[in-house]
Ligand binder design. Structure first.
Ligand code: NDP
Length: 313
């Protein structure tokens, strides 16, 4: 008979590994599926300076390696596989990987995170992490006295633009339409901020930069007005893409309760989903804070919830 795990964790960002650490330290038999992006979103950032405990900052990929080693040290078994199917209708639950292998688990912690939407133009990947970011709270500090752009017209774009004025010499909000999707109060706040200017009806067609001593950096963007079709090159040290996030919940459609934006719904202040024994933590259930530290905190909560639930059942 195949092994039945006490806890199966899907996802390997701060939430997943923290859940793995806590669950394995609680002496549970834990397996963690790393998924298609081992280490999660932090592996595509550079320096992380706002995770407590790393006084002098740490590179995102290195931090996730530390998370991984800390969890596996206590017996959390991490496998570099992607779960492509889940069956929560029978107990123990069944998880199936990309090659059809099945795993059984008494409880499941979902920590599949969210993915920042990108512009999907070829040069974007080249400068991602070297001038392009999707998180002003994480990376704004690196743009002291620099010229930055924020792309998007929603609340996140307004909020990020305002936040970036604490550091940058100028912030340009670039949006593809004239009208904003953001709430009035957020728009007013951005409009009243003398450091923010607006480029509307416009899109970025290309990111441009240079490479010195093997280090890439963004220097300009090619911006096209969608009404006139005229293009111009604008100097830019940083571009923050704020066009929304998509939670990685495709796998759970029709199985777990989700909100209008497909984030998993957890009950009250817990990590319980609508199926007893299935828990969710991190960005997959949080579109408000979206920080590594808050994801890690909710990963800890999920492991404690799972441990107590297993004890009671
Ligand atoms: P939204 O989906 O609200 O806005 C995304 C914006 O990006 C839109 O303006 C959209 O343009 C634009 N966009 C989308 N795709 C592209 C693309 N390919 N190229 C260019 N532009 C694009 O996402 P947000 O992250 O702003 O907000 C998500 C949710 O979180 C919302 O409910 C928001 O209210 C909430 N939130 C609340 C905050 C607060 O209250 N403090 C702070 C931040 C977020 P278009 O309008 O043309 O579709």
């Amino acid at each position: 008979m195949s092994e039945i795990y006490d806890v199966a964790i899907i996802g390997s960002g701060p939430a997943g590994f923290t859940a793995g650490l806590y669950a394995s330290r609680a002496n549970l038999n834990v397996i963690l599926f790393e998924g298609s992006q081992p280490g999660g979103q932090l592996t595509i950032t550079t320096e992380v300076e706002n995770f407590p405990g790393f006084e002098h900052g740490v590179q995102g990929p290195e931090m996730m390696d530390i998370f991984r080693r800390q969890a596996t040290r206590f017996g959390c078994k991490n496998v570099y596989e992607t779960i492509t199917k889940v069956d929560f209708s029978n107990r123990p639950f069944t998880l199936t990987n990309e090659s059809g292998k099945e795993y059984s688990a008494r409880s499941v912690i979902i920590a599949t995170g969210a993915t920042a939407r990108t512009l999907k133009i070829p040069s974007e990947a080249t400068y991602w992490g070297f001038g392009i970011s999707a998180c002003a709270t994480c990376d704004g500090f690196f743009y002291k006295n620099k010229k930055v752009f924020v792309v998007g017209g929603g609340d996140t774009a307004m909020e990020e633009a305002n936040y970036l004025t604490h550091f940058a010499s100028s912030v340009t909000l670039l949006h593809r339409r004239q009208e904003f999707r953001a709430s009035k109060i957020m728009i007013d706040r951005a409009k009243e901020n003398p450091k923010i200017d607006f480029v509307l009806d416009s899109v970025i067609d290309e990111f441009m930069g240079e490479e010195k001593n093997g280090i890439k950096s963004l220097t300009a963007i090619k911006v096209r007005n969608v009404q006139t079709n005229e293009s111009k090159i604008m100097p830019a040290d940083g571009v923050f893409i704020a066009i929304g996030h998509d939670p990685n919940t495709q796998l759970f459609k029709g199985l777990l309760d989700m909100d209008d934006e497909n984030y998993l719904i957890t009950k009250g202040k817990s990590t319980y989903t609508n199926i007893p024994g299935v828990f969710a933590c991190g960005d997959v259930q949080d579109h408000v804070y979206r920080q590594a530290i808050s994801a890690a905190g909710s990963g800890c909560m999920a492991a404690i919830d799972a441990e107590r639930w297993l004890q009671d059942n």
